[in-house]
Structure formats: C-alpha cells, structure tokens
Ligand binder design. Structure first.
Ligand SMILES: *[C@@H]1O[C@H](CO)[C@@H](O)[C@H](O)[C@H]1NC(C)=O
Ligand SMILES: *[C@@H]1O[C@H](CO)[C@@H](O)[C@H](O)[C@H]1NC(C)=O
Ligand SMILES: *[C@@H]1O[C@H](CO)[C@@H](O)[C@H](O)[C@H]1NC(C)=O
Ligand SMILES: *[C@@H]1O[C@H](CO)[C@@H](O)[C@H](O)[C@H]1NC(C)=O
Ligand SMILES: *[C@@H]1O[C@H](CO)[C@@H](O)[C@H](O)[C@H]1NC(C)=O
Ligand SMILES: *[C@@H]1O[C@H](CO)[C@@H](O)[C@H](O)[C@H]1NC(C)=O
Length: 358
C-alpha cells in the first residue's frame, strides 16, 4: 500500500516536472514556479483533509485548543467551496420543520386574540394574547415576500475588534445584529435590518412610559431596522417586552418591534436536538443563523468565535464592544462546531480573519 502510493507519488512528480518544463518552454513569463505548483498541490490536499475533518461533529470537550485554532486558521485560508445543493437542502429542511418565513415572529395573521401563547422554555405557562397587544402586532410576516439575498449575521465576539470587516458587512443585502450592539463603520459596519433586544437590557430604562427619550435615542441609531425581542422565552421577559412595544410603536412606527414566536423557537429547538445539539436553550445567535439559512440566499457569519484568544492565540475580549467576561449559559463551543460543519459543507461562510480592505 505504502509502496504503491510512493510509486504513484513519484509518477505524479515526474508528470509535474514534465508539465512544468513544457509550460516553461511556451510561457517564459507569468508562470508559477515549480515550488508554487507543489505548494498549491499540497495546499489542496490539506484543504480537502480539513474540509472532511470539520464536516464530522466531535464533542467540543475533546478539542485541544492550540491545534484546533491552527487547523481552523488553515481551513479558513482554503478557497471556499459553496454548495448550492446543500444550501437548498437546508432551506427545505428548516422550512419543513420550523417555517421561519411565516412563523418566525408573532403576527396578526398567525396569532388570534385570546389565543394562548405557550412559553418557549415552559409550555405549562402561557400568555393570553389580549386585544390591545394584538393590535400592535405586524399584519403579516415581514419575510413572506421572498428570499432575502445575501445576509450577514454579525455576532458579538471580540474577534471582530480591528477586523476591518465593516465595509464587507455593509455590502450585504440584509444585516442581522444582536443585543443592541454598537455599530462602527470600520470593524462591524453600520447597516442594520434586524437587531435583537435582550429583555434584561430594558431594565436600565426606568419609567419608560414617561421618559421614552433614552430608549428612542438608543434604537434610532439603527435607522428603520426591525427590533426583535424574545418576549415569551421566560415569564419575566414578557412585561418589559410589552412595554417596549407599547412605548416605541406610536413614536417610531417606521421601526417595527417584533416578538419571536415561541412556536417557531420550540420547533427549532427540536430540530437541532434531533441533530445531536443538546443544550438547554439555543443561543439567540444560533437561532438567527438558523432562520437566515431558511430565509436568505447566502449566509455570511461574522463575530461567532466563543474562545478567549484569536486564531493566532492573541487574547481577545469576549465582546467587541464592552469589557464583559465570558459567563454564558449557552454551549457556544458546540454551536461553533456546527457552524464550522456548515462552512465545510458549503452551506454558509464563516468569517474569523480580518477582512481585505483594498
Ligand atoms: C453538495 O451537497 C450535496 C448534498 O449534501 C452532496 O451530495 C454533494 O456531493 C455536494 N457537492 C460537492 C461538490 O461537494
Ligand atoms: C409555512 O406556514 C404557512 C402559514 O402557516 C403555510 O401556508 C405554509 O404552507 C408553511 N410552509 C411549510 C413548508 O410548511
Ligand atoms: C376575548 O376574551 C374576552 C373575555 O375573555 C371576550 O370578551 C372577547 O370577546 C374575546 N375576543 C375574541 C376575539 O374572542
Ligand atoms: C471601531 O471600533 C474599534 C474597536 O472595535 C475602534 O478601535 C475603532 O476606533 C472604532 N472606529 C470607529 C470609527 O468608531
Ligand atoms: C425610515 O422611515 C421613514 C418613515 O417611513 C422614512 O422617511 C425614512 O427615509 C426611513 N429611513 C431610512 C434610512 O430608510
Ligand atoms: C486593536 O488595535 C489597537 C491599535 O492598533 C491595539 O491597541 C489593540 O490591542 C488591538 N486590539 C485587538 C483586540 O487586537
């Protein structure tokens, strides 16, 4: 076996050399050197190996970070291979299970007055949709019109700091962000179409009904982008979320306040559990990437890197925009391995390196 591959290897080398000489006879300029051809060949083999390796999910516990970071770095330097078939398969699977296009957010169409809304994390608790709140829901899903084109989903990892990815992110057709994160033209871009609010972020706004100014100012930064809140994740999320809806709707009708549908999120949770992703609750980031895989033509993912150092092992902050330290309840490394798998399958494009700025 070894001998055979050795023989095959030397035949290959001889062919390469002949090929190289013939080329040199015809093209004196602009031809890659022998070294370049060899490097290229080895690189292709290395890339194929890594692509296969990352397409198989292993438990995150078994990862040795040092070699993992090097391999991820090498892999992301490989030419990206998009696979339209795989993208379409994911769209169909997700539409079949979860139907984000129709059911991602609560609307007048998919929710009736007096309907019992089960809580996402506890179906024994329900919220009865009252007529006043129902009146403030959007008529229909904002996404039922068709595919969203190229989407950028921008996470909050410190890896975005000094990334210069702003321009590339802003060139997407649809940009999704999280937790009212700061925007900034150089590293993360300014364009925003959908941004999440964590109900815990509302606590800082005292007396919202009488003094809506500070929150209005905070959300105006994102132009007319939709604000989306997990209002029915836990019981304690509901009242701050309803306050945001009641306060902002009359003041900024051009900026819709949306609520995640707990039906959608429960279906999505089952979908990923069925694929071996066992965690208490998916991260909001992973939820929105899943929705994007269904609703967008292409998905580019930035700022999802749940580790304390970058690919070159330099320490990075947990978030690109604040001093918070890691303390997450989510099993982010497990989710990250899924993203790497989707990248290796050509289903989405993961960005972890600084962007080209020419
Ligand atoms: C693209 O994905 C499909 C479905 O998973 C797979 O059958 C096919 O081999 C992939 N194509 C390439 C070029 O990898
Ligand atoms: C998605 O939901 C809408 C509205 O409930 C329904 O008309 C459509 O058939 C659903 N699509 C799938 C694939 O289930
Ligand atoms: C909702 O329930 C209230 C009282 O429980 C009732 O008065 C009202 O007619 C109901 N509305 C609808 C649309 O069913
Ligand atoms: C963007 O944010 C980075 C840190 O993430 C900072 O170094 C840079 O100065 C900011 N640029 C602008 C234009 O605010
Ligand atoms: C936001 O919506 C308002 C009102 O519909 C409109 O006048 C304005 O041009 C919009 N702004 C952007 C940036 O699209
Ligand atoms: C970003 O760049 C600044 C200045 O060039 C540097 O001081 C800082 O350490 C860098 N931060 C990261 C996380 O790379």
């Amino acid at each position: 076996m070894a001998l055979a591959s050795l023989r095959w290897g030397s035949t290959f080398l001889v062919v390469l050399i002949i090929f190289q000489c013939v080329c040199m006879m015809f093209y004196k300029q602009n031809t890659p050197s022998f070294g370049d051809v060899m490097t290229d060949t080895f690189q292709k083999m290395g890339c194929a190996k890594l692509r296969h390796k990352f397409s198989v999910i292993k438990p995150a516990k078994s990862i040795k970070f040092k070699s993992f970071a090097r391999e991820v770095s090498d892999f992301l330097s490989c030419p990206y291979k998009s696979n339209e078939t795989e993208q379409e398969l994911n769209r169909i699977r997700l539409r079949f299970c979860c139907n984000a296009t129709e059911s991602f957010v609560l609307t007048k169409r998919n929710t009736a007055v007096n309907q019992s809304i089960p809580y996402e994390t506890n179906s024994r608790r329900t919220y009865k949709m009252n007529a006043d709140v129902h009146k403030l829901l959007p008529e229909d899903s904002p996404w039922s019109a068709g595919a969203l084109g190229l989407c950028a989903v921008v996470g909050s990892s410190g890896i975005l700091k000094n990334s210069s990815c702003g321009r590339q992110i802003d060139s997407a057709d649809y940009v999704i962000r999280f937790n009212l994160a700061l925007i900034n033209d150089s590293d993360v871009g300014l364009k925003t179409n959908l941004i999440t609010i964590n109900p815990s972020q509302i606590r800082g706004y005292r007396n919202l009904e009488k003094k809506p100014g500070p929150l209005v100012k905070r959300v105006s930064v994102y132009g007319n982008s939709s604000l989306i809140i997990p209002a029915f994740a836990y019981v304690i999320c509901t009242s701050p979320s309803l306050r945001v809806l009641r306060v902002l709707q009359p003041i900024r009708p051009q900026q819709p306040v949306l609520f995640f549908s707990p039906h959608y999120l429960r279906a999505l949770d089952r979908f990923w559990k069925g694929r071996g992703l066992k965690e208490r609750r998916l991260s909001t980031g992973f939820m929105l990437i899943s929705a994007a895989l269904e609703m967008c033509e292409h998905v580019h993912v930035y700022g999802f890197w749940p580790f304390g150092t970058d690919l070159q092992e330099n320490p990075i902050p947990y978030h690109y925009y604040d001093q918070m330290r890691s303390g997450s309840v989510h099993r982010m490394p497990e989710e990250f391995l899924r993203l790497l798998q989707l990248h290796s399958q050509g289903a989405l494009t993961l960005h972890l390196q600084p962007c080209d700025t020419h």
